[in-house]
Design a protein around this ligand. Structure first.
Ligand code: IMP
Ligand code: MG
Length: 183
C-alpha cells in the first residue's frame, strides 16, 4: 500500500498556516491570560511542527511536554483502539493544559487522550487541532480551536505523514494516487 505511486497536491500553503496560527495564538492567549505556566502537550509525532510554531507565537509562560498515542499503523486506516505509547513526563494536576493535535479525524485519539488527562484533574484543559475532518467523525468530539476544516482527503506535510514520509513538507498537501483514475 505504501508502495502505490502518488503525487502531493498543495492544499494549505505555509503562509496560510502561519497566518492562521497567529490568530489561534491570540485566542489561546486570551483564554489562558494570567496563567502561572501553561503546559502545552503535543501529541507525537504529527503535531511536532505545529507545536513548535504555535508556542513561538504564544506570549504566555509555557512548558512543553509530549504524549504519544497510537491509532494508525503505517497506512491510512484508524485502528480505533487508542494506546498510550509514551506518557507525559510532568504532572498536570491543578495545572492549565493545552493539548495540541495535528488532525481530528474519527475523533477517537483526541477523545481518548482528553479523557485520560482530565482524570488527572488539571485546573483547565483545552484542545487545539490544526486540521479537522468533521465528515469522518465517529465519536462526538470537537477541539476547542481548529485551524482549518478540510474535506475527506488524506493529507501530509507540516509534521503529518503518510507511512512516515512527507512530514518535512512546509505546507499541507493532499495525497493523490496516480495508479488509478481519480476525478
Ligand atoms: P482519529 O483518532 O481518527 O481522530 O485520528 C487522528 C490521527 O490520525 C491524527 O493524529 C493523525 O495522526 C492521523 N490522521 C488522520 N487523518 C490523517 C491524514 O489525512 N493524514 C495523516 N494522518 C492522519
Ligand atoms: Mg496523530
Amino acid at each position: 500500500m505504501g508502495q502505490r505511486p502518488y503525487v502531493i497536491d498543495q492544499m494549505i500553503s505555509a503562509k496560510a498556516i502561519a497566518a492562521r496560527i497567529e490568530g489561534l495564538a491570540r485566542e489561546i492567549e486570551a483564554e489562558f491570560a494570567g496563567t502561572d505556566k501553561l503546559v502545552v502537550v503535543g501529541l507525537l509525532r504529527g503535531s511536532f511542527v505545529f507545536i513548535a510554531d504555535l508556542v513561538r507565537e504564544l506570549d504566555l509562560p509555557v512548558e512543553v511536554d509530549f504524549l504519544e498515542a497510537s491509532s494508525y499503523g503505517d497506512g491510512m486506516e484508524s485502528s480505533r483502539e487508542v494506546r498510550i505509547l509514551k506518557d507525559l513526563r510532568g504532572k498536570i494536576g491543578g495545572r492549565d493544559v493545552l493539548v495540541v493535535e495535528d488532525i481530528v479525524d474519527t475523533g477517537h485519539t483526541l477523545n481518548h487522550v482528553v479523557q485520560l488527562l482530565r482524570a488527572r484533574e488539571p485546573r483547565q484543559l483545552e484542545t487545539v487541532a490544526l486540521l479537522d475532518k468533521p465528515i469522518r467523525r465517529e465519536v462526538d468530539f470537537k477541539a476547542d480551536w481548529t485551524g482549518f476544516e478540510i474535506p475527506d482527503e488524506f493529507v501530509v506535510g507540516y509534521g503529518i505523514d503518510y507511512a512516515q514520509r512527507n512530514r518535512n513538507l512546509p505546507f499541507i498537501g493532499k495525497v493523490r494516487f496516480t495508479d488509478e483514475n481519480q476525478g
